[in-house]
Design a protein around this ligand. Structure first.
Ligand SMILES: [Cu+2]
Length: 148
């Protein structure tokens, strides 16, 4: 009897973990601009945070580029300028969109050409959620309206 109760409890716990199975942080629709070897590219995606606390994307890495930085594009005197940012904050139970003209992961000095249809892994490191590997699809910039 006692064993049954313990077993049932363990199953319930397993079930609730599987249901909560939602990862603390998820990245969706990751894509990158095509680029030539030695050139630059940028990665865009939606980052969802299912945690009750805010999290921060603090670093990113990939073999396809010599250096990877977190950037933000801002308008300054009518010009788009990119700045390095230390981290990208994702609100508790919220999301952040990395998109052209805004936040992005900058790929500097590509080790290989990125062609439309290529896919490559990008590792994201979050302060709370830890490491997350996402698959990035190389494609042309979204059609007008696809990204607000
Ligand atoms: Cu940039």
């Amino acid at each position: 009897m006692r064993t049954t109760v313990i077993l049932a409890g363990a199953l319930l716990l397993a079930a609730s973990l599987a249901q909560a199975g939602q990862a603390p942080v998820e990245a969706k629709n990751a894509w990158a601009r095509p680029g030539t070897r030695g050139g630059n590219s940028a990665v865009y995606m939606e980052i969802h945070n299912a945690q009750a606390q805010p999290d921060r994307l603090v670093a990113a890495g990939t073999d396809v580029a010599e250096a990877v930085e977190l950037h933000e594009t801002r308008m300054e005197g009518g010009m788009h300028r990119m700045h390095k940012v230390e981290a990208i904050e994702i609100p508790a139970n919220g999301r952040v969109e990395l998109r052209p003209g805004g936040l992005h992961v900058m790929l500097i000095r590509l080790n290989t050409a990125l062609r439309v249809g290529d896919r490559f892994p990008l590792i994201l490191r979050f302060e709370r959620a830890g490491r997350l590997t996402v698959e990035v699809l190389v494609r042309e910039q979204a059609a007008a309206g696809e990204y607000r």
